[in-house]
Write a new protein. Sequence first.
Length: 383
Amino acid sequence: MKEKVLLGLSGGVDSAVAAIELKKSGYDVTCAFMRNWDALANNDILGNPTIGDEVCPQEADYMDALEVAKKLDLECLRVDFVKEYWDHVFVSFLDEYKKGRTPNPDILCNKYVKFDAFLKYAQDLGFDYVATGHYARVEHGKNESLLLRGSDSNKDQTYFLCQISKEALRKTLFPIGHLLKPQVRQIALDAGLGVAKKKDSTGICFIGERNFREFLKNYLPAKEGDIVDINTLKKVGRHQGVLYYTIGQRRGMGIGGDHGPYFVVGKDVEANILYVSCENDSEWLLSDSCIVSGVNWLMHEKPANEMICTAKFRYRQKDNDVKIRFIDENNVFVTIDPAVSAVTPGQEAVFYQGEICLGGGVIEDVFYHGKSLDERIREGVKR
């Protein structure tokens, strides 16, 4: 009897080819389109089913998913996880921004929606596995399942999958993880799928191609304040809302400098001050250690002692040599050598050992020569 798989069909080329690969491997495949964001109810004009003669992107994706399923002779269900997304992803996203941190909602979406709510939905319907079009691989062993980098290093998405549970990983398939992106598109072309040349989606999952700052203003109203050069303590401009900026950001501030472009080095949320530096070789952004909280460890056992591995502190960043040590059950102290720029609180640190993704957690605080960035900013202000 064939094992039954429920595939998350997004309307893009990757999940479409995932369906082809699953069928080729002999699985009994059913597709499901997940609707996770109610745009109309959340102050977004793009929630309307149509705008003039244009169909909103979410409905266009659904129609593309239906067309793919029809072409491949597969059933396509439609399931709403709007409440789950709001409660577990978007509320956390806003809470982090209110603290002046920079969260990653795509990681939360994978943890709480695609590999939790969707998995439970699939299991209730009697499916053996769920599958998605992520560029990652999973190796199911007798006692544990390993999350491995996708074969296409340019598209590898294990960074975004680091928070899914070990139990969920045991019930997950990544059918295109062994393929390169050009191969995926060629398979779609050979199958005569209309999404074969469809542009890849970019941006945060519920925002997509829209202006992020304008979107965020619907939920976190803008409050202008001073932009201060941390080296001179002089005001060099005005910001549109300190919450909207990210540590290391170099664009979108409307200011220039004689010594090179300004970049964000710190935020004082209470005082509503954005601190910047224009020194090209500034040490303000460097970190040689950090604390990572809520670590989801995907391996069978946590290391009892210090462990040498690599880490990514943001997506597409190269691997950085680190040493990690569990402080307690869920928190890790990370030593980074050599020091790395723009390790940002609120973002994710993801750990690797070769091809294996070990897991990851949220960056809580960053240090350079034993001092946190906040401490260094305070010292700079007092001098």
